[in-house]
Design a protein around this ligand. Structure first.
Ligand code: 5AD
Ligand code: SF4
Length: 475
């Protein structure tokens, strides 16, 4: 729907184009949601801008997974308040919205605490953004956090081909939302609700649209992406393996990935898909969180360390070159030095190609926050340093193991220096190549000349700064 003309006249420079600045915090699911918000707003006459100072509307798409996430938002709002005041002096307006998991968790409290905020919108209601803004234009302060993920999937705005092209040759596609696992440290089941799978036909239609606009690699997203299930047009129920097989058949799609998975949902068919599908990249993010059975139980992970290791054996059997990644939490309540050493031993046993690790931070409303035996901050810091030292070493060793080998690289964008282009290895590492190697969207064969833990240099590439490792979703 379009907003009344007088709303437009209130805004910006007097031209009909209004500008939106969206700042994204947290995981890839928020990146996807920010793009969908951009799409919904584009139909409503908003152009994206990379600068808050230029914007008529500022949206913060927030994350609530760890401590201080909400505090960060309030301090950002302090800055925005000054900007809004300065606009008001010039007789102009700036609209401010909070979206994402902090919006879902705190709702109306945000409006009370931060008068600068006009709109609070939860992760399942972005399709209602134009309506909500129309209400804001009529002087209301809007809180819209009622959630029904099915509705969201039903109403996801379509992305125009030119917008897909502007976003590049790799794309995210959300196929599942929510979580029923209730790990005792995690807020996700409360902020994103229970597990819902997006219907297969919608996913396939979106993937086709992405491919037609030139996308070569799709990463399927979900808080528990491997819990996805759906029905084929013939009425057969399939899991993520079946979905991947269908998507691999779409012309133009050369690479598929999915994130983030839970060990309990890694079924035989999905493992078999890793053996069968050339398009399915040999990289798997499979968080274990801890290597101690006692702590895994307290975390309600519902698997033991040995189950996880056996599962990895089966996956490696199906796809011997698979690069493994994970998430770790140190200092969960009750974690002793012996428990921590179990985690270190598990990491030694697996040998990760990359991993993410965090100090436990109590989240209000989760069972973990109420447990006894909270670990001293200094102990958490010290354990995290040891754990990250080991993971860094493994990541470096994995990168080094590729030196002298030829690997396929999907070219994504120009490099930071003249004469360079940057792509990604099958294992998700950024690879710097000489510009002559190929064009954006090509998959080229590159011989790796040198490596550092964060990026690879192909033979013939001019020297470069390291590229950062990518974001990833939650599980
Ligand atoms: N404290 C620390 N880390 C957490 N994570 C989730 N909740 C917490 C918390 N309360 C981590 C987990 C998860 C990743 C996305 O964030 O490792 O896999
Ligand atoms: Fe769900 Fe992952 Fe959070 Fe566990 S850590 S509750 S699996 S989102």
């Amino acid at each position: 729907m379009t907003e009344p003309r007088d709303e437009r006249d209130l805004q910006g420079s007097g031209s009909n184009t209004r500008k939106v600045f969206i700042k994204t915090y947290g995981c890839q699911m928020n990146v996807y949601d920010s793009q969908r918000m951009g799409d919904a707003l584009s139909k409503d006459g908003y152009e994206p801008t990379a600068s808050m100072e230029d914007a008529d509307l500022v949206l913060l798409n927030t994350c609530h997974i760890r401590e201080k996430a909400a505090e960060k938002i309030y301090s950002e709002l302090g800055r925005i308040r000054l900007l809004k005041a300065e606009r008001a002096q010039r007789g102009k307006d700036l609209r401010v919205g909070i979206a994402g998991c902090v919006a879902q968790a705190e709702g109306a409290e945000i409006i009370e605490r931060a008068p600068v905020v006009d709109l609070v919108i939860g992760p399942q209601t972005y399709h209602r953004l134009p309506d909500a803004l129309a209400r804001v234009a009529r002087g209301e302060r809007v809180v819209d956090t009622d959630y029904a993920v099915e509705d969201k999937f039903e109403h996801l705005p379509e992305t125009e081909a030119r917008q897909i092209r502007a976003r590049g040759v790799t794309a995210f596609l959300t196929v599942q939302e929510g979580c029923d696992k209730f790990c005792t440290f995690c807020v996700v089941p409360y902020t994103r609700g229970s597990e819902v799978s997006r219907p297969m036909a919608q996913i396939v239609a979106e993937a086709r649209q992405l491919a037609a606009a030139g996308v070569r690699e799709i990463t399927l997203l979900g808080q528990n992406v491997n819990a996805w299930s759906g029905e084929t047009p013939g009425g057969v129920t399939v899991g993520l393996g079946g979905l991947l097989r269908t998507l691999a058949g779409i012309e133009g799609i050369a690479r598929l990935r999915y994130t983030t998975s839970h060990p309990r949902d890694m079924d035989d068919d999905l493992i078999a898909a890793h053996a069968e599908l050339r398009a399915l990249m040999p990289y798997l993010h499979l968080p274990v969180q801890s290597g101690s059975d006692r702590i895994l139980k307290a975390m309600n992970r519902r698997h033991k360390a040995a189950d996880y290791l056996r599962l990895l054996d089966r996956i490696r059997h199906a796809r011997p070159d698979i690069a493994l990644s994970g998430d770790f939490i140190v200092g969960f309540p009750g974690e002793t030095e012996a428990d921590f050493m179990d985690t270190m031993r598990l990491i030694e046993a697996v040998s990760y190609a990359s991993a993410y690790s965090f100090k436990y931070s109590p989240r209000p409303g989760t069972p973990g926050a109420e447990m006894d035996g909270h670990v001293d901050e200094a102990v958490k810091t010290e354990r995290l340093e040891r754990l990250q030292g080991l993971l860094r070493h493994q990541q470096g060793a994995f990168a080094d193991s590729l030196v002298g080998r030829s690997i396929e690289v999907l070219v994504e964008k120009p490099g930071r220096h003249p004469g360079q282009i940057v792509g990604r290895s099958p294992f998700l590492q950024p690879v710097v190549l000489p510009a002559s190697a190929g064009a954006v969207g090509d998959i080229v064969e590159a011989r790796i000349a040198s490596a550092n833990p964060n990026s690879l240099m192909a033979e013939g590439a001019p020297p470069a700064l390291a590229e950062a490792m990518p974001l990833r979703a939650i599980a």
